[in-house]
Write a protein of this length. Structure first.
Length: 117
């Protein structure tokens, strides 16, 4: 008999006012904006449209009690944006909770095995 291991996976999402506030896509985009300093460059690096990236970040800012993405208007050096300290805290919190879930699932995998065999 071919014994195939089972494992579990989960996606973490935070909701605010019934709307998706923070999930994997949002965190990936926030981290890329922090690296690139630009929504346009971050969207390009993540292979998504600028409009989609802008919509994700705008929705987050609208749902947030404080700004997450701070946009700077163009000037002689062009515009750009940065992630606020609150936004950076959200990234760290999300990543810690994902780590907690991964550890929980790893510990629970032996229980899952015993359910199926």
């Amino acid at each position: 008999m071919n014994h195939q291991a089972f494992n579990m996976a989960a996606d973490l999402s935070f909701y605010r006012e019934g709307e998706l506030f923070l999930g994997n896509a949002q965190v990936r985009l926030l981290k890329q904006v922090a690296i690139d300093g630009s929504i346009h460059a971050a969207a390009k690096n993540l292979k998504m449209s600028y409009q989609h990236a802008w919509h994700i970040l705008d929705k987050m800012n609208l749902l947030s009690p404080v700004p997450i993405v701070i946009r700077q208007k163009g000037g002689k050096d062009g515009g750009g944006c940065r992630i606020s300290p609150y936004g950076m805290k959200l990234i760290r919190t999300y990543e810690k909770k994902v780590e907690d879930i991964v550890q929980f699932l790893a510990k629970s995998s032996s229980e899952l095995e015993s359910c199926f065999f």
